[in-house]
Design a protein. Structure first.
Lengths: 472, 293
């Protein structure tokens, strides 16, 4: 609908509200533009159908196929889809979507949940102690490149990393790391030596002497079925005692991703995974396979050959990419819009009956925050670019408002009218703001409420907005 | 070993008494788990089902034989036979980290041994990746072969040009061109490859072979089909080399590539040592796919 992608779904209501919060009354212009769409969504009220075995049968097949095409492991696909279908049985279907569409949306949500749960960055010790990061994986998976990327990233974060070339097998492996280290301006430890254990030992000594707080060890590529090589890695781990043992896995990996990740996790013990070569057009089902088999978080993705091509992992993007095909993604969008419309309807009812309170305000707030940066939000809405004065967007204000609301009692949130001077003082103190700020928010809230109520009630006004929107 | 365990599984599955349908489902699973791809696997099983009903035979051997027959009509082996007394050129390409450079070293060793070629030149046209030329140079040193290289960041086209001139002037019999790993979805990098191909085509010895080899990593899933499709369109592909076949992966994507694109397979890589390569044999490949090896 609004050119909003499934990776970053927002409802019009959120957006309108958001603009209102950040711009106060000057946001009214935007509000008029957007309200037409809002109203058309609000018209859809929830339907009566329930999800059943029969009505999602073909959706189940289609999703299984899509996941397999994305290289999600067959066993993982089966378990995931069957379990999700079981959980979805009997769920209410929004009126504007079919049961299968709604099911696709549920699958998407579940995917995001599985991929994203326990999402974490690197878990390193403080800079006064030494943290070792051990990079491992199959041949050519991207270990050496990723080690250098991590080094550069951590150096930017203010740490003092050293890269350790502990791959004596692959020709010119140490030289490769040395070149990359030089490009990134990071120290590299190398040694003419056949035993990786000796290299690591010496590297740790040097790191201790010279106060490197992060030791990133690049190891030889190895097949998980190569027992001798896996033993060697076990020993390396015992010796290096890493705080992070990372599997560097190729995003293009097929069905074997499960066995690979499982072997490394069982024998070495992983703390996380970095998915390399994510800039390919592979759908990356390996991510789901690895995640659901090992439970280890995917910490970063590699998005190119250059040192700076390392990005955080976004479960929503991954989920859309795995589901992949445009038609499925648009289904997700549609279902999302319809489901959010139901929520919007609840808000509308509240506005109309004047029961819209600070809890709802806070709820909307949090949704908006979840959506990411203001700039990217604005870019997503056609026609809005250039229409919003970015200087007016003040995230600090938003944070302030949030902490003010959080300092209110439940009773106060439900009924702001009871907030007299005494309570205002207490709230200001509790939220570390000034009474002036509390007053400002209360005033803004009242205005918002009036505005919303007017919109929710006035059919003519709505028509005018729709007309307005059509002209834009 | 992993391949035999698949075979055992297949056999034990086929021995299950649930009747035909369960057997076909198991066959489907096995093909999918071998990375043949869900769509191709379903097509195969549907056909096998039909055939086996027509023949009124659904025992294990019949089903496997039917599968293999079908696959044999798609998959073929490319024999690369260098022309005597001419300069033969092999351009090696593929996405990042699949095994191009190592495959070149192994191939050089293979052709020396089996065709008695002793003047082989290696061209380090990967001027992008850190220490790529050093890697090839080390292999060249081990093999005692000339390696043509330039500084990192140099124009790969210039390296190719140099290497052809050098190989011609010394009457070399075989030239391998190692290119940077590149994602098929990066247009500019694919264009660079087209340029390299044009230089090689223009400057090569027209009496010799010119062979463009796409290296595919056997652990790659369905994306390998995309890779083959794009590189087949530009610069064009004469055969596929399947590297890392010593992994636990079955390399089933070669079936899909054969079916959809008709590309033959020339070599199979079985490890990291020079001797770990062998010419592709359809029957051997199929036996291993069905776990008979
Ligand atoms: N496009 C792309 N290429 C990558 C990425 N990460 C690594 N590469 C490339 O993949 C290839 C292999 O990367 P390496 O870092 O050498 O892999 P490795 O795991 O150290 O390989 P071995 O040491 O031989 O096992 C190189 O060409 C890298 O430039 C990535 O995120 N995107
Ligand atoms: N086990 C196994 N490893 C292989 C095989 N072929 C290559 N390798 C390993 O895979 C890794 C990558 O091989 P390379 O030859 O550097 O791959 P590449 O395609 O040239 O990589 P880039 O130039 O960085 O794109 C190295 O560690 C090789 O030793 C194989 O058949 N089996
Ligand atoms: Mg390496
Ligand atoms: Mg290479």
């Amino acid at each position: 609908m609004l050119g909003i992608t499934a990776t970053n779904p927002i409802s019009v209501d959120n957006f309108k509200f958001y603009l209102y919060i950040i711009e106060g009354h000057s946001g009214a212009l935007m509000l008029e533009r957007l309200s037409g769409k809002l109203i058309s969504i609000i018209k859809q009220i929830s339907g009566k159908a329930l999800i059943s075995d029969k009505n999602i049968e073909s959706a189940i097949d289609e999703i299984k196929l899509a996941l397999l095409e994305a290289d999600v492991n067959l066993r993982v696909v089966r378990r995931f889809v069957n379990r999700t279908a079981e959980d979805a049985m009997g769920m209410k279907v929004a009126r504007d979507v079919t049961p299968s569409q709604q099911f696709v949306k549920i699958v998407y949500d579940r995917l995001v949940e599985i991929l994203g749960e326990k999402r974490s960055a690197l878990d390193l010790k403080g800079p006064d102690t030494q943290s070792v990061i051990l990079c491992m994986g199959l041949q050519g998976s991207g270990k050496t490149t990723t080690a250098a990327k991590l080094g550069a990233f951590l150096a930017r974060e203010g740490r003092k990393p050293i890269l350790v070339a502990a791959d004596p097998v692959r020709p010119a492996a140490a030289e490769q790391l040395a070149v990359l280290g030089k490009q990134a301006g990071i120290d590299v430890f190398r040694l003419e030596e056949k035993s990786p254990a000796k290299i690591v030992k010496k590297a740790l000594e040097k790191a201790g002497r010279e106060q490197f707080d992060t030791v990133i060890v690049d190891t030889t590529g190895r097949m998980h079925v190569d027992d001798a090589m896996m033993k060697e890695l076990e020993e390396l781990k015992r010796l290096a005692r890493p705080v992070e043992s990372l599997l560097i896995a190729d995003a293009m990996t097929g069905q074997q991703a499960v066995d690979i990740a499982k072997s490394f996790d069982e024998r070495i013990g992983l703390t996380g995974v970095i998915l390399s070569k994510f800039d390919s057009d592979a759908r990356g089902g390996a991510a789901l396979s690895i995640r659901s088999i090992t439970g280890r978080p995917i910490k970063y993705v590699g998005t190119g050959e250059k040192i700076e091509d390392l990005e955080p992992f976004y479960p929503e993007r991954m989920a859309s990419r795995i589901l992949g095909r445009g038609d499925i993604v648009s289904l997700v969008e549609k279902a999302e819009a319809a489901i959010e419309a139901e929520e919007a309807e609840q808000i509308r009812e509240k506005m109309e009956s004047n029961t819209f309170d600070f809890d709802d305000y806070l709820d909307q707030f949090r949704r908006v925050k979840k959506m990411g940066s203001v700039r990217s939000l604005i870019e997503m809405i056609p026609g809005l670019q250039g229409n919003v004065d970015e200087d007016k967007i003040n995230l600090e204000d938003m944070k302030k408002e949030e902490s003010i609301i959080l300092s209110m009692t439940r009773k106060e949130r439900k009924n702001p009218l009871i907030i007299g001077p005494g309570r205002r003082k207490r709230i200001a103190r509790g939220s570390g703001t000034a009474v002036f700020d509390v007053n400002k928010l209360l005033k803004k809230f009242e205005k918002t409420k009036i505005m919303m109520k007017k919109m929710a009630r006035n059919k003519d006004y709505q028509q005018r907005l729709i007309g307005n929107l059509d002209r834009h | 070993m992993k391949k035999s365990s698949l075979g055992e599984r297949l056999r034990s599955l086929f021995r299950r008494p649930e009747g035909d349908d369960a057997r076909f489902d198991d066959l489907l699973d096995l093909l999918i788990e071998a990375d043949v791809g869900a769509a191709v696997a379903s097509a195969i099983v549907a056909d096998v089902k039909r055939e086996s009903r027509e023949r009124r035979a659904s025992d294990e051997e019949t089903l496997v034989a039917l599968c293999k027959d079908m696959m044999r009509s798609w998959i073929s082996a490319a024999d690369i036979v260098p022309v005597k007394d001419a300069l033969n050129v092999v351009l090696v390409l593929g996405v990042n980290g699949v095994g191009k450079t190592t495959t070149i070293a192994k191939l050089a060793s293979f052709f020396r041994k089996h065709y008695g070629l002793d003047d082989i030149v290696l061209a380090a046209a990967d001027t992008f990746r850190a220490a790529a030329a050093e890697q090839l140079a080390l292999w060249g040193e081990r093999l005692g072969l000339k390696v043509v290289r330039q500084a990192q960041g140099a124009d790969p086209g210039a390296v190719v040009y140099d290497s052809l001139e050098s190989a011609k002037s010394r009457h070399a019999q075989l030239l391998f061109i190692d290119t940077s790993g590149r994602m098929h979805n990066k247009e500019q990098l694919v264009r660079e490859l087209v340029k390299i191909d044009r230089i090689a085509t223009g400057r090569r010895d027209s009496a010799g072979l010119y062979h463009r080899m796409l290296v595919i990593d056997a652990t790659t899933g369905q994306n390998a089909l995309r890779q083959a499709e794009v590189f087949k369109a530009s610069p064009g592909i004469d055969s596929i080399a399947l590297a890392k076949f010593d992994s636990s992966a079955k390399g089933g994507i070669a079936v899909a590539v054969g079916k959809e694109l008709g590309l033959p397979v020339s070599f199979v890589g079985n490890g990291e040592r020079l001797e770990d390569i062998e010419p592709f044999r359809t029957d051997t490949y199929l036996s291993s796919l069905f776990g008979e090896i």
